[in-house]
Design a protein around this ligand. Sequence first.
Ligand SMILES: C[S@@+](CC[C@H](N)C(=O)[O-])C[C@H]1O[C@@H](n2cnc3c(N)ncnc32)[C@H](O)[C@@H]1O
Length: 280
Amino acid sequence: MNSVVDSWREQVQAFDRDMAALREMGNRDDHGQGRPGGFGYANRPMDPHRTDDAALNSLFGVLGAGREVLDVGGGAGRFALPLATRAERVTVVDPSADSVELLKERAAEAGITNVTAINEPWEDADAPEADMVLCSLVLHHVTEAGPFIARLQEHARDRVAVLEMVQTPGVVNSPFFERVYGKSLPTLPGLARLMELLWSMDIYPDVEMITPEPAVVGPDRDAALEQLRHRLAVREGAAEDERLRAAADELLEETPDGMTVRGVAPLRQAVVTWRPARRD
Ligand SMILES: C[S@@+](CC[C@H](N)C(=O)[O-])C[C@H]1O[C@@H](n2cnc3c(N)ncnc32)[C@H](O)[C@@H]1O
């Protein structure tokens, strides 16, 4: 029995259990994109040709001369689209129909024609192998992380790259959650748990820390409130919304980067990479 795999599963299941009531209120199941603890702001439009994104630049380094990329849980293409400007082909696997739709729209707008999408969960997808298999900010929502990671490896010819947060991924939402619901937001597994999990699978990866980024919730107060409602399953005008607005008055801070959260340190992330064991 692998106790790390078991405790990972229990942590994600406990989160999902605690969130079930909220998901019902929000009436959606969008595979982590908008769930409390999710990283919904990641879905904002971003320039595929940007040069100032430290995580992306690290991924370019991993890509090297690799020509084919598989982006598992690639969402609306935050990394898939810029990677496609250097790779021969990028395939995104994602169960969220909305994200895949956005990905296609944004690829068309940017004139990027070498990105294709498989609109299915990774566990069920019939996906091609690739030189680099990327999985960014997805694993912390995956209950059976062991087989999920094993599958990433099986599809990687050269490297697996996983982007994960040091802090529990819900750290930005946590102070709002406490004020709205009067209890703590359950935690999801972050980088430390991921390292334990990988080591338990006999995977000893390289870890590159990314320059910390401010914990931005949105460009302005209204956008931040909308994002928080979405993440915490709060309906506009409900009693919870009143508490959320009060929390926003207290906690949101205007900065040149956008609205950040008082007391939340800049977000630290790492790019975790390894070469899969040979499958001769
Ligand atoms: C927080 S978003 C990250 C999106 C993108 N990778 C990024 O870093 O901007 C998590 C993504 O994982 C996807 N996802 C959740 N469960 C998944 C699964 N079982 N297989 C593949 N993707 C999944 C969600 O639909 C969502 O697009």
